[in-house]
Write a protein that binds this ligand. Structure first.
Ligand code: AMP
Ligand code: MG
Length: 319
């Protein structure tokens, strides 16, 4: 029997019973549990096979809830929350002591956001606790943007995926921390830098392993298909050089045709970065099922969401 369902009251019941439910958000599906239940939070790590030192994002129903879980809110954090919530920005702030160490990997900060999905906002409104929810995929694998992706990963491990359709943004939230009150981007994501800078001014990006070692979204290999994947700005040459292999192509809008190409996905014929982001992970899931020797991905323009997509594709190519 399928675990996919739209029954919110069943999701409420399971979560109240310290069980996990996969939930839809505007970014990707999350594997959710009560942040105050040690049993539920441990089950999140075990189900994902995620190392315990990797902290989880806490999902709250609205901006007013922030005071319950964080100690202090820098002025620019308030500006960002007001500008973008509900929406795909996660703020890393000094935590209150009620937040369990298991959620934060022992850190004194907690990552928090208000997700922008009607079903999940409705669900959060019906619960007495926030939800810890990392992406609903096994550690390091491609993030799920459809209920079916979660089902194929976890049908034997969880009881329910709350079906909210395909995720609109399609890549994870942008993560922002604070150093001396100034915002720093720790992970590129669904909210483009340009939109953030319009609110808080020029912002530094520190998303490399060397400066942010214990953040899973920053691990060199992440978001990865099982099939070997390369990223290039020169599609034609890359296809030419690999003609002996069974090739799959992931392009932005290029309509390159070549007999050597076995399977091809164009992310946005009209060159729309939002469309490309929303289709990215589903495209990788599909390519990974074609029994290919090699996926050749085209580098996107390096601005707006193009930067975030290139970040994910780069990590997908690392072995
Ligand atoms: P995921 O939910 O799988 O998209 O991953 C959660 C992301 O939030 C990871 O990149 C975490 O490292 C990051 N994160 C969560 N809590 C913290 C924290 N306290 N400090 C820094 N990064 C965090
Ligand atoms: Mg993840």
């Amino acid at each position: 029997m399928s675990i996919i369902s739209t029954d919110i009251s069943k999701a409420v019941e399971l979560l109240n019973n310290e069980e996990l439910v996969a939930i839809p958000t505007e970014t990707v599906y999350g594997l959710a549990g009560n942040i105050f239940s040690e049993k539920a939070v441990k089950a999140i790590f075990e189900t994902k096979e995620r190392p315990f030192f990797n902290p989880l994002i806490v999902h709250i129903p609205n901006i007013n809830y922030l005071d319950t879980i964080v100690e202090t809110i820098p002025e620019k954090a308030k500006l960002l929350a007001e500008a973008f919530w509900p929406g795909p920005i996660t703020l890393v702030l000094k935590k209150k002591s009620i937040i369990p160490d298991l959620i934060t990997g022992g850190k004194d900060t907690v990552a928090v956001r208000v997700p922008n999905h009607p079903l999940t906002l409705d669900l959060l409104g019906k619960l007495d606790f926030p939800l810890a929810a990392p992406s609903a995929n096994p550690f390091n694998r491609i993030s799920p943007t459809k209920a079916e992706h979660v089902e194929s990963y976890f049908k034997d491990k969880i009881k329910m995926v709350l079906d909210g359709g395909a995720c609109k943004s399609g890549i994870e939230s942008t993560i922002i921390g604070f150093e001396n009150g100034e915002p720093i981007i720790y992970r590129l994501g669904s909210t483009p830098i340009e939109a953030i800078e319009a609110v808080v001014g020029t912002i530094e990006v520190k998303n490399k392993k060397e400066v942010a070692p214990d953040a899973p979204g920053m691990l060199e290999r992440h978001y990865a298909p099982k099939t070997k994947t390369i990223l290039t700005s020169h599609l034609k040459e890359a296809v030419e050089a690999n003609k002996n292999l069974r090739i799959g192509l992931l392009t932005y809008n290029d309509i390159l045709n070549d007999d050597a190409i076995h399977f091809k996905i164009v992310l946005s014929e009209g060159k729309n970065l939002e469309e490309a982001a929303s289709k990215l992970y589903d495209a990788l899931h599909q390519l990974d099922q074609q029994d290919l020797d090699l996926i050749i991905a085209e580098r996107l323009p390096d601005y707006g969401l193009g930067k975030s997509i290139n970040d994910r594709l780069t990590r997908a190519t690392k072995s």
